[in-house]
Design a protein around this ligand. Structure first.
Ligand code: ADP
Ligand code: MG
Length: 363
């Protein structure tokens, strides 16, 4: 062999230039930033590049019902008092619910319509997934579902109407019930269809009654539904899904944060509704849909998959060109110019490719 010092140093420097990892170090984070930027243009707030990675591999999407798939705006469909008048029942319920921010409470207050004298209400207690308990004019009033009635030992009777039933009891005696119903979001069926097209399983978890849950699931074409769940049961359901999944395809949970903030933070990927959702949900979630449209999940998924594709392209492109340049320099075919291309040239091309992640197709 042989060769002078000059030659060896020249070759060593060429190697050094080629092996500089600029292309990877710059383009990979840039692709993720591009993906996050592209998503934000569609009203999807992603809190970090790693969530794009998880979203791209998600195989199950778990939805909450109220406020997520449905509008969370209930209409009163029937008032069935047992002992008092309809007006009294509604007033008492609205008073008991006056301090709650649950969609049901807001709707009942809306249905009552008149100004509420909140000085009549004291010792309010919100019972997640069940209802509320409050002292109205000194009497303990409970308003909520059958679980709450069973818990306080009040005998209630079901309603023939399908809908969410709010039972009301005062001082341990049953006063009657109010039936309310929610509408599904116009966008929800589209969201489920789009996810199915992408091969994603859809599950709904709700604290509402079984018939209501089933009706919604049927209307939207969901794969699975679990009803009458307390917030802790929702966590248990998500744990079950986490356990049965392969380490790759992690389930994502979509909720509005009312009674499901624990699940949002437990799931690997929590997606919250930005406008309807509670502050706790927006805080706990990893992705926030600013306009509350569940169909944006499919959009986010497309963006995530595309971003990861671009990242992979850049990694493969940079490594292949660099390996090739190293071989060429080693056998003496290439010189410093090729080495510079393998460093700066590849970086520029990878950056240009990464910038594609910023572009999203808007439908
Ligand atoms: P979802 O899982 O559908 O989002 P929630 O967990 O918020 O529903 O509530 C579950 C059920 O608990 C409701 O369907 C309702 O029967 C009862 N409930 C919860 N909060 C209230 C409330 N403030 N007033 C009356 N009922 C309530
Ligand atoms: Mg909810």
């Amino acid at each position: 062999q042989g060769g002078g010092w000059r030659e060896w140093i020249y070759q060593a420097l060429s190697f050094l230039v080629i092996s500089c990892p600029c292309a990877l170090v710059i383009s990979v984070p840039l692709s993720f930033f591009g993906g996050i930027g592209g998503a934000s243009k569609c009203g999807i707030l992603v809190k970090g590049g790693n969530y794009l990675e998880v979203l791209a591999e998600t195989e199950v999407v778990v939805f909450d019902k109220t406020g997520t798939l449905t509008k969370g705006v209930f209409n009163v469909t029937a008032i069935h008092p047992d002992t008092c008048s309809e007006g009294q029942l509604l007033e008492l319920t609205a008073l008991a619910e006056s301090y709650s921010d649950h969609p049901i409470s807001r709707s009942l207050k809306e249905a009552y319509g008149k100004e509420l004298d909140t000085s009549r209400v004291a010792e309010v207690e919100e019972l997640a997934g069940r209802g509320v308990r409050a002292k109205v004019d000194g009497a303990v009033v409970c308003a909520g579902n059958d679980k709450l009635m069973d818990e306080i030992g009040v005998s209630w009777h079901p309603c023939h109407r399908v809908g969410t039933t709010v039972h009301v009891a005062s001082e341990g005696t049953y006063l009657g019930h109010i039936v309310i119903s929610d509408e599904v979001k116009g966008d929800a069926a589209l969201a489920v269809k789009a996810l199915k097209e992408r091969g994603i399983r859809t599950v709904m978890l709700t604290g509402d009654a079984q018939p209501v849950g089933e009706a919604v699931a049927k209307e939207l074409g969901l794969d699975e539904v679990h009803a009458q769940l307390l917030p802790a049961d929702k966590v248990a359901q998500v744990e079950r899904l986490l356990a049965e999944k392969t380490p790759k395809g992690k389930p994502a949970f979509v909720g509005d944060g009312i009674n499901d903030a624990p699940v949002l933070s437990r799931a690997d990927l929590g997606i919250a509704m930005g406008a309807l959702g509670s502050d706790a949900a927006i805080e706990a979630a990893d992705i926030v849909l600013m306009d509350d449209q569940p169909s944006k999940i499919a959009t986010a998924m497309d963006i995530a998959r595309r971003t990861l594709r671009i990242v992979r392209q850049n990694i493969v492109f940079a490594l292949v060109v660099k390996a090739l340049a190293l071989v060429l320099v080693a056998v003496g075919v290439a010189n410093m110019w090729e080495a510079v291309f393998a460093d700066v040239g590849v970086s520029v091309l990878a950056i240009l490719n990464a910038m594609r992640a910023l572009k999203v197709r808007k439908e």
